[in-house]
Design a protein around this ligand. Structure first.
Ligand code: GDP
Length: 138
């Protein structure tokens, strides 16, 4: 169990003006922001980030969507960070997300679901290092 996870506020939530609301929910839930940046990734960068999903039928849609506008990428710290953050964001499909979760509140669809949250400690480390160098983490 590690105390760090990685998140992105996805282009749909940025377009809808929900960066502030989502960051508020994250910090209210006790997560500390260790690193953060606002950037627009290329399709090639999205393909690299989501390489593990390359064989999935939605890979093209996902990588197009993630490079369709700016995102906020962040590393978060809290005890039991990965599991607690998955609980805070809710199910992948917002129609199945519990009340009070970020996806229930701010996500529109299975594909455009407002936020990313790492699914393991190992992936949290890999994903955090994709965006941030050591001197960008506090
Ligand atoms: P997560 O860990 O809850 O984000 O879900 P997954 O790892 O299963 O999928 C990664 C991301 O791919 C999701 O957050 C969605 O943005 C996207 N995704 C998953 N399933 C679908 C789908 O059926 N269609 C589309 N367009 N995108 C999907």
């Amino acid at each position: 169990m590690s105390n760090r996870t990685f998140t992105m506020i996805k282009p749909d939530a940025v377009r809808a003006g929900n960066i502030g609301n989502i960051l508020q929910m994250i910090t209210d839930a006790g997560f500390k922001i260790v690193a953060m940046k606002y950037l627009h990734i290329t399709t090639a960068q999205a393909e690299k980030f989501y390489e593990v999903h390359a064989s999935r039928p939605f890979y093209g849609e996902l990588t197009q969507f993630m490079s369709s506008g700016p995102i906020v990428a962040a590393i978060l710290e809290k005890e039991n960070a990965v599991a607690d953050f998955r609980k805070l964001i809710g199910a992948t499909n917002p129609a199945q997300a519990e009340e009070g979760t970020i996806r229930k509140k701010y996500a529109a669809s299975l594909g455009e679901n407002a936020v990313h949250g790492s699914d393991s400690d190992e992936n949290a480390k890999i994903e955090g290092e994709f965006y941030f160098s050591g001197i960008e983490q506090f």
